[in-house]
Design a binder for this molecule. Sequence first.
Ligand SMILES: Nc1ncnc2c1ncn2[C@@H]1O[C@H](COP(=O)(O)OP(=O)(O)OP(=O)(O)O)[C@@H](O)[C@H]1O
Ligand SMILES: [Mg+2]
Length: 359
Amino acid sequence: MANLQLRRVRKSYDNIEIIRGIDLDLHDEELTVFVGPSGCGKSTLLRMIAGLEEITSGDLFIDGERVNDIPPAKRGLALVFQSYALYPHMTVAENMSFSLKLAGLSKAEREMKVAQAAQILHLESLLTRKPKELSGGQRQRVAIGRAIVRNPKVFLFDEPLSNLDAELRVRMRLELTKLHRQLRATMIYVTHDQVEAMTMADRIVVLNAGVVEQVGTPMELYRNPRNLFVAGFLGSPKMNFLTATVESQNPGNVTVKMADGSRLSVPGQLDISNHSQITIGIRPEHLRLTNTGSLAATVTTVEHLGSESYLHVLTANSEALIVRVSGETAVEADQQVNVEVDSSALHLFDQDGTSLRSR
Ligand SMILES: Nc1ncnc2c1ncn2[C@@H]1O[C@H](COP(=O)(O)OP(=O)(O)OP(=O)(O)O)[C@@H](O)[C@H]1O
Ligand SMILES: [Mg+2]
């Protein structure tokens, strides 16, 4: 069991506020991902939860108990870093059992726990090796093993995969997701990689400059981003943004005028007055090339990925868009195309960047 609550949590270094009032509920057995750009405060927040950084103000509760003043070792958490920080002179087994030895467990208990962790992580055949005799992925598994043997209430991961090459990252990502299911443990996973966030999380917390922008399941955030920041952060290639004005509103639909003079009819009702400037967001997969598409554009670059292609185009008004095409395409650079917008999939944002659907 481990539920965590953060209430108005703040952190300042020398009068500079890094974490600016965070309220969060993290649920038992869930894998929560903290995601956000570099420097937004993800590691700081995680280290405050771990007890490695003091909380300047606000409260942190673990299973209902306020733990602000409880030292790290007594919080029942285990932290896995980006740099695995294994002891180089110890074997894999010794690395994993070291904290248990410090805690005074008997040799037999230590061996049992190490054997269990080694089995979960497929490290059985490597237990007598030293860290320098392991690959990056194996080292990372040992670092996770060190956390598992302690049977923590919460696993805290700070970018544990960022030192690995692309292929290994993908494999370890899957292994960690499996591990989470197998252990049914509460985990907090920090990353700046939105693909890791989307694929691993039960719940994503999007952080930006020390505040929470939005919390939700990956698909909730993908489908209904609350603002331009979340909309632009999740999804690859990124959501396209175009400027437009609200022209007229009828019951059930809204007509918007794009910067190039073309018009779109958007289903739904908006809480906004006519002539307001808005930003339209549309994901690359919701654009198509058709003869009747309302946006005239020029192709600048075509990226062929085999399974799909990305067309980079410029509208008549010089706004850049990415159109995703399934499979291969014969379209070439400099070609004139018409882009059709799936108006049921549009996101609309007011001038403050707030989604008009969530206002
Ligand atoms: N000990 C410190 N003293 C002063 N400022 C600090 C300290 N630690 C972190 N910061 C600042 O706090 C901000 C948040 O840092 P943090 O390490 O939490 O970012 P992050 O989101 O983990 O970024 P990254 O993705 O690059 O790891 C940064 O601007 C950083 O410079
Ligand atoms: Mg960090």
